[in-house]
Each structure stands twice: as structure tokens, then as C-alpha cells.
Design a protein around this ligand. Structure first.
Ligand code: C5P
Length: 228
């Protein structure tokens, strides 16, 4: 197998460390990192910009349903190079905005809709030589990927990680609110009709609660070295 064509999938719940691990793993192996969560975030932000955020996330969800806007008409593009993924809306990179708590609270209304799942899957389907992270990378989008991993961690640890990430960007959140948001997101991610978070038998499970980033990376590389 040509290493440059390989696809490695990393799935797991919010805050399990997938994106950071995927980024480092891709760097280490000379592959690209495809962050599918960022693609759902970009479509969500594009719809918030088009329709307004709504008074509540539920209002926003109702507006999205009523407006029936096609994903193509939102002009979302994703460019991936060796350093980073750029998520563009009408040509503008929106990297700084897509991780805001307002976007996070509204993603469900996009990630539940088949037309947006198909749009994200189309963006991903052409990619080769990637480490792809998300919820359904190994189960739906790249079912034939030769290397699949599933990362998980306790709710407590995932909330602490999210808090640090948000603080680094200048946002603040109450830790209990983050725990609650993570529990809610787990429930939504595991129960959606299409592309639900699911560990299939061919995914190698890594619990990252007590292992740091380098530790997780070492475990993944150990499993890969047998075959690379
Ligand atoms: O990974 P991240 O937290 O950025 O993902 C944001 C949201 O996008 C998830 O909570 C989930 O609802 C959705 N998502 C998804 N399928 C993926 C990746 C993300 O439904 N493959």
C-alpha cells in the first residue's frame, strides 16, 4: 500500500482529544489532517450568517428547517495543506469563529440533517493520504480505511480540556455548564438518525482519560508500525 494514499480514521466523542491527536499524527506521518467537526461547524456558521442565530438554538433549528437552504448555496469550501485546514465561507477563512459556544450550541440542527451530512461527506470523499477525525469517519465515510481508532475519555476530563481550549481563545465558560454541554452532545451524537457516533469492531479503542497527547500518539504509532 502506498502510504501517501492511506486513510486513518479517528472517531470519538467531543473532547476526547481526537483533533489534537489527528493533527500530530498527520504531521508525524506526512499526511494531511481532515477535521470533519470543523466542516459541520463551518456550515452551521454559514447558516447563522445567512439566517441570523435565532433567539435560541431551537429557534435557529426551526429557521433552518423552514428555509430549506441547500448546502451548495452557502459557498463553503475546505482547503487542506500540510499546516492547517482552512474553512472558507464565500472565500473568507472563518477559523476563529467556528469554535464559539454559540456555534457549538447550534451544530446539532445541521449535523442531524442528511443534506448537510452528504455535503460534508462529499468534501471528504475525494481525500486521500489523510488522518480524518470525527464521529462517523470509520463507520460511514471511510468504511474501508485500513486503520481505525476510537478515542474516549471521562466526561470530567473532557470538560476540563474544553475549558482550557476556550480559555486559550479568550472565551470563558462555567465548568458545570461544559460538563452538561458535553453530556448533551454525547446524547445527540450517539442518537442521530444518520452518521451517529458508534464504535465498530474494527476500531482500536484508546481511553485518553489518563494519557497525554504524546502517550496517545505513541499508542497509535505502535499499532501502525506493525503494518506500515
Ligand atoms: O469535533 P467537534 O466537536 O468540532 O464537532 C462538532 C460537532 O459536529 C459534533 O458535536 C457533532 O454534532 C458534529 N459532527 C458530526 N459528525 C462528524 C464530526 C462532527 O456529526 N463526523
Amino acid at each position: 500500500m502506498n502510504q501517501k494514499d492511506v486513510v486513518i480514521t479517528l472517531d470519538g466523542p467531543a473532547g476526547s482529544g481526537k483533533s489534537s491527536v489527528a493533527k500530530k499524527l498527520a504531521e508525524h506521518l506526512g499526511l494531511l489532517h481532515a477535521d470533519s467537526g470543523a466542516m459541520y461547524r463551518t456550515f452551521t456558521l454559514a447558516l447563522m450568517q445567512r439566517l441570523g442565530p435565532g433567539e435560541t438554538p431551537e429557534d435557529f433549528g426551526n429557521q433552518v428547517k423552514a428555509a430549506a437552504i441547500s448546502p451548495e448555496s452557502l459557498h463553503v469550501e475546505v482547503k487542506i495543506d500540510a499546516d492547517r485546514q482552512s474553512n472558507l465561507i464565500s472565500g473568507l477563512d472563518q477559523m476563529d469563529l467556528i469554535r464559539s459556544p454559540e456555534v457549538t450550541a447550534r451544530i446539532k440542527y445541521i449535523a442531524d440533517r442528511l443534506e448537510f451530512r452528504e455535503a460534508v461527506n462529499r468534501l471528504l470523499s475525494k481525500m486521500k493520504g489523510v488522518v480524518a477525525d470525527g464521529r462517523d469517519m470509520g463507520s460511514v465515510v471511510f468504511p474501508d480505511a485500513p486503520f481505525k481508532f476510537y478515542l474516549e475519555a471521562s466526561v470530567e476530563m473532557r470538560a476540563e480540556r474544553r475549558l482550557k481550549e476556550l480559555q486559550a481563545k479568550g472565551w470563558n465558560e462555567d465548568i458545570e455548564a461544559l460538563r452538561e454541554s458535553i453530556r448533551k452532545r454525547d446524547e445527540e451524537d450517539q442518537n442521530r438518525q444518520f452518521g451517529a457516533l458508534r464504535r465498530t469492531d474494527d476500531m482500536i479503542l484508546i481511553d485518553t482519560t489518563h494519557i497525554n497527547l504524546d502517550g496517545v500518539l505513541r499508542r497509535i504509532l505502535n499499532s501502525l508500525q506493525i503494518q506500515f
